[in-house]
Design a protein around this ligand. Structure first.
Ligand code: SF4
Length: 456
C-alpha cells in the first residue's frame, strides 16, 4: 500500500518570494499525503518558472489553488473546509488533487469555483491559472532553484517514483482516483535525486502508492543514468540512490517477496535500515476481505530473517481495526501478532467507510465504540513493545539529523525515524548545530516515542 490512512496537512507556503511589481500572485494550500505534496511542488515549480509569485495569505492573492485529499471522509471534510476558507477570503479558487476526481461533490457546495481538476492534472491546473490570471511577459526563469520549489525543509525531500496502483485493496479508492501504476524511468528519478542532493538535501524519502511494485508496468525498463543503464526495479533503484551519499528512506513498501533483496543494502549502510510497510491487519480472514497478502505467519518468519541480516532494522507499519465484520477472535489474532512481531513504529486507525470502497458492503460494520475500544487495546499493547525497544537505545551514540534548533535544544531524528510520522530526538548541545546537520547524540532517556540526549 500506500497511503497511511491518515493524511497530513502542509501549511500554505511559508517563504514566499519578495513581491515583484506586476507579477501575478498565487496562494497555495497543500493537503494530503507526501505524494500529494510532491504534486504541489511540481505545480508550484511550473508556476514559479513562469514568473508567478507566491502569496503568504489568500487575501490579496490573484488566485488560490487548493490541492485536496480525498482518501478518507475526514480528509474530504478538511479539503472542503479549506476550499470554503479560500472562497470566503479570496473568491477566485482553483481546486485540484484527489478530491478533484469527484468534481460534482465540490461543485455542489461551491458552484463558483474557477476550475476543478483531478490528481496529476498539472497541465489543467496550469491552464486554469493562465485563464484566471495570465503569466507576466518575462518568464523569470532564473527565479527558481534548479531542484524546483520544495515545501519540505531544505535538508529532506520526498522523491516520487511512480503514480497509481495495481492493487485493489477493498478499503481503498486510490486506484479509482489515481489509476493504475505508472512508473517513472529510473534515470529521471536518479537525476532528480542528484539535483536535490546537490542543492543540500541530506535525506531522500522515496514515496509512491506502492514502492515495491516500481517498474512492473514498464517491465523494469532500463534507462540511462551517468555512464550506465539502470533498470526500473525496486532493488536497482534503491542501490543506485544509495550511491548519492544521502540518507535514503523507503516508504509505502507493499510486502512482496522481493522486498527481501533490499535488506542487505540496509545492512551495508547504503539505504537506511528503515522499512515503512503498511500491513493493515494480521488475521488471514480479515486480510482476505481486505484483498491483501494473507500469510502473516510467514511474514513473522521473514521479519525474523530480515533482522538476522540487518539487526538494526526498524519497521514502521499501520493497521486498521474495526474493519467490516472483524470479530473479537480476529482482533485477538492481530494483538497476538503485534506482540510477537515487535515492530518499532506502529500507527493504528479505526476503519472509516470511504464512499465507493468495496469493503463497506462486505460485512456488517463494527460499532464505533467497539472500534475505539479495540484501538485503545491495540495501542496499549504496542506501547509496551515500543517502550522496551526505545529503552534499548539508552546509552548508545546514534547519528541524528537535525530538523530544528531552538534555545539550547536541537530536535532531530535517528535513522529509525521518518519526519512527521515517527519520534524525535531532543538533544542539548554545546557547539553550534544547524538544521540539516547530522550529529552524534548520546542517548540518555527514552519514552515510547521520543529520545533525549546530548550532542557529543
Ligand atoms: S489499493 Fe492498496 S496498495 Fe494500492 S494505494 Fe490503495 S491501499 Fe495502497
Amino acid at each position: 500500500m500506500t497511503a497511511s490512512p491518515a493524511p497530513t496537512k502542509s501549511p500554505t507556503l511559508e517563504s514566499p518570494a519578495p513581491s515583484k511589481a506586476g507579477a501575478p500572485r498565487i496562494s497555495f494550500v497543500s493537503l494530503g499525503c507526501p505524494k500529494a505534496l510532491v504534486d504541489s511542488e511540481r505545480i508550484l515549480t511550473h508556476l514559479r518558472a513562469e514568473g508567478y509569485e507566491l502569496a503568504r495569505k489568500h487575501d490579496g492573492a490573484d488566485v488560490v489553488i487548493v490541492n485536496t485529499c480525498g482518501f478518507l471522509d475526514s480528509a474530504k471534510a478538511e479539503s472542503l473546509q479549506a476550499i470554503g476558507d479560500a472562497m470566503a477570503e479570496n473568491g477566485r479558487v482553483i481546486v485540484t488533487g484527489c478530491m478533484g476526481a469527484q468534481p460534482e461533490e465540490i461543485r455542489e457546495k461551491y458552484p463558483n469555483l474557477l476550475a476543478v481538476t483531478g490528481p496529476q492534472a498539472y497541465e489543467s491546473v496550469v491552464a486554469a491559472v493562465h485563464e484566471a490570471v495570465p503569466p507576466a511577459h518575462d518568464p523569470f526563469l532564473d527565479l527558481i532553484p534548479p531542484q524546483g520549489v520544495k515545501l519540505t525543509p531544505r535538508h529532506y525531500a520526498y522523491l516520487k517514483i511512480s503514480e497509481g496502483c495495481n492493487n485493489r485493496c477493498t478499503f481503498c479508492i486510490i486506484p479509482s482516483l489515481r489509476g493504475d501504476l505508472v512508473s517513472r524511468p529510473a534515470g529521471d528519478v536518479l537525476r532528480e535525486a542528484e539535483k536535490l542532493v546537490k542543492a543540500g538535501v541530506k535525506e531522500l524519502l522515496v514515496v509512491s502508492q506502492d514502492t515495491s511494485a516500481y517498474g512492473i508496468d514498464t517491465r523494469y525498463a532500463a534507462s540511462p543514468w551517468r555512464d550506465r543503464e539502470v533498470r526500473a526495479r525496486f532493488y536497482d533503484l534503491a542501490a543506485a540512490l544509495g550511491e548519492l551519499g544521502a540518507w535514503v528512506r523507503l516508504h509505502y513498501v507493499y510486502p512482496y517477496p522481493h522486498v527481501d533483496e533490499v535488506i542487505p543494502l540496509m545492512a551495508e549502510g547504503k539505504v537506511l535500515p528503515y522499512l515503512d510497510m503498511p500491513l493493515q491487519h494480521a488475521s488471514p480472514s480479515v486480510l482476505k476481505r481486505m484483498r491483501r497478502p494473507g500469510n502473516q505467519e510467514r511474514q513473522l518468519e521473514r521479519i525474523r530473517r530480515w533482522r538476522e541480516t540487518c539487526p538494526d532494522l526498524a519497521i514502521r507499519s499501520t493497521f486498521i481495526v474495526g474493519f467490516p465484520g472483524e470479530t473479537e477472535a480476529e482482533f485477538e489474532e492481530l494483538l497476538a501478532w503485534i506482540r510477537e512481531a515487535k515492530l518499532e513504529r506502529v500507527g493504528c486507525f479505526t476503519y472509516e467507510p470511504v464512499k465507493g470502497a468495496p469493503a463497506n458492503d462486505l460485512a456488517a460494520a463494527v460499532p464505533p465504540e467497539v472500534q475505539q475500544e479495540r484501538k485503545r487495546r491495540f495501542m496499549e499493547a504496542q506501547q509496551g513493545v515500543a517502550l522496551r525497544l526505545q529503552k534499548q537505545k539508552v546509552g548508545r551514540r546514534l547519528p541524528v539529523i537535525i530538523d530544528s534548533v531552538g534555545g539550547n535544544v536541537a530536535v532531530g531524528r535517528t535513522k529509525y525515524d521518518a519526519p512527521e510520522i515517527d519520534g524525535s530526538v531532543h538533544a542539548s548541545f554545546r557547539r553550534p548545530v544547524r538544521p540539516g546537520d547530522i550529529v552524534t547524540v548520546k542517548i540518555e532517556d527514552a519514552d515510547a516515542y521520543d529520545l533525549r540526549g546530548s550532542v557529543v
